[in-house]
Write a protein that binds this ligand. Structure first.
Ligand code: AMP
Length: 419
């Protein structure tokens, strides 16, 4: 199936061709025709599935067909995202896919000066991509008029709720015109998402590309049980041994992210940390350096990493497991994108066994547990030994020895043994 059968016009097909996409991803195949038929959708799709193009392309198509009613301060399509990074990236996608169409768009988020945003909004823009907080600032300053919004897109809605944006979202919904098309994207489902979608969507088409709360299948996952004190050493070893060039590492805290980035630098591995305490400029620079290969490791907290979109990001490391199991799904969704293989490794110490159990319950799968010769794990978790340097490219951990298989079947969860 090619993009030409989806009902998109020539300027969009040309932009897609420029991107080198040969065929639509499953979410694009399903979502594009439905959105073009003017239905609301509820889409369960993780980042990495091509969801951004899945809503941006039909949105641009519909906007280009309808007559522009653009007047001062007014907006035709509103895309809400949980983080600045995601807003910036969706903004880039709008520019990329809309480059042969005469659209104007504005990305508005907090943490940067408001004046350039005011200038952009003054003459009205077709598409606004915004985080909820800064959007409300503009609404209260009357620098934006949402009275003629025809399309509302909530991207990573689950994350917006996790981040406590529900009241902001409600305030925004209250001032939007009733007559509009709504698209809701969420990587995971919860009762809150259901409540929100019931309120927001009008007989939506349900589209689901990844199974509920499961991790992407193109991601090879492994757990390395290891003492807390030896995590840094193991991480440095894996990066050096595997000659990894681009690694996204997750820590639970901002302080932990800073500390680890500093330690890796001391180990001779170029690194930077991104988290909410860093200025927007510092975050943008770190991300750009990481994308350009200037630094090998980006250490991030969950919130800062949302929306990071890097083509072919091969390695994601959970230096610490998240205490919210859904975050694990989000984290590893940073790799194995658009059909490419990725690897997600979790370094798990004894304090984190409970988190691991919850994650495995959520993804309904046991994650293979492995260890390297020089990094013997604590005995409370069953793991199989793998060859030294068994990072990416080594299949050894996928072929457990008989002994290890027996162990695994006796204690298939790999969790704490009964003592
Ligand atoms: P997303 O899920 O929107 O974050 O997209 C993930 C990545 O997939 C982005 O880097 C896109 O550039 C890429 N992508 C989107 N659609 C396609 C496609 N049809 N073929 C190949 N790559 C794509």
């Amino acid at each position: 199936m090619s993009f030409t059968t989806l009902g998109l016009s020539a300027p969009l097909l040309k932009a897609i061709e420029d991107q080198g996409y040969s065929e639509p991803t499953p979410i694009q195949k399903q979502a594009i025709p439905v959105i073009l038929s003017r239905r609301d959708i509820l889409a369960g799709a993780q980042t990495g599935t091509g969801k951004t193009a899945g809503f941006t392309l039909p949105l641009l198509e519909l906007l280009s067909k309808a007559k522009s009613t653009k007047t001062k301060h007014c907006v035709r399509a509103l895309i809400l995202t949980p983080t600045r990074e995601l807003a910036a990236q969706v903004g880039e996608s709008v520019e990329t896919y809309g480059k042969y169409l005469p659209f104007t768009s504005a990305v508005i988020f907090g943490g940067v000066k408001i004046n350039p945003q005011l200038t952009k909004l003054r003459s009205g823009v077709d598409i606004v991509i915004a985080t909820p907080g800064r959007l409300l600032d503009h609404i209260s300053q009357k620098s934006i008029d949402l009275g003629s919004v025809e399309f509302l897109i909530l991207d990573e809605a689950d994350r917006m709720l996790d981040m406590g944006f529900i009241n902001d979202i409600k305030k925004i919904l209250a001032i939007l015109p009733k007559q509009r098309q709504n698209l809701l994207f969420s990587a995971t489902y919860s009762d809150e998402i259901k409540k929100l979608s019931d309120k927001l969507l009008n007989s939506p088409a349900l589209i689901e590309v990844a199974r509920r709360n499961t991790a992407s299948e193109s991601v090879k996952q492994a757990v390395y049980p290891v003492d807390k004190e030896r995590k840094r050493e193991l991480l440095t070893y894996l990066i050096n041994e595997g000659k990894w060039k681009q690694v996204l590492v997750f820590t639970r805290t901002k302080h932990g992210a800073n500390k680890l980035a500093g330690q890796l630098e001391k180990d001779g591995i170029t690194s930077a940390a991104i988290h909410g305490n860093k200025s927007q400029n510092a975050r943008t620079k770190a991300l750009a350096d990481f994308k350009d290969g200037e630094i090998r490791v980006l250490v991030a907290t969950d919130i800062a990493a949302r929306g990071i979109d890097i083509d072919q990001l091969p390695h994601v490391i959970n230096y610490e497991l998240p205490n919210v199991p859904e975050d694990y799904v989000h984290r590893i969704g940073r790799t194995g994108r658009a059909g490419r293989e990725g690897e997600a490794i979790s370094l798990v110490c004894i304090d984190e066994h409970e988190y691991l159990a919850n994650i495995e319950k959520l993804i309904k799968n046991d994650i293979p547990k492995v260890w390297l010769k020089d990094f013997k794990p604590d005995p409370s978790i069953k793991a199989e030994p793998i060859n030294q340097g068994g990072g990416r490219g080594s299949n050894s951990r996928n072929r457990p020895s008989n002994k290890a298989s027996q162990n695994q079947s006796q204690n298939s969860s790999g969790r704490r043994r009964n003592k």
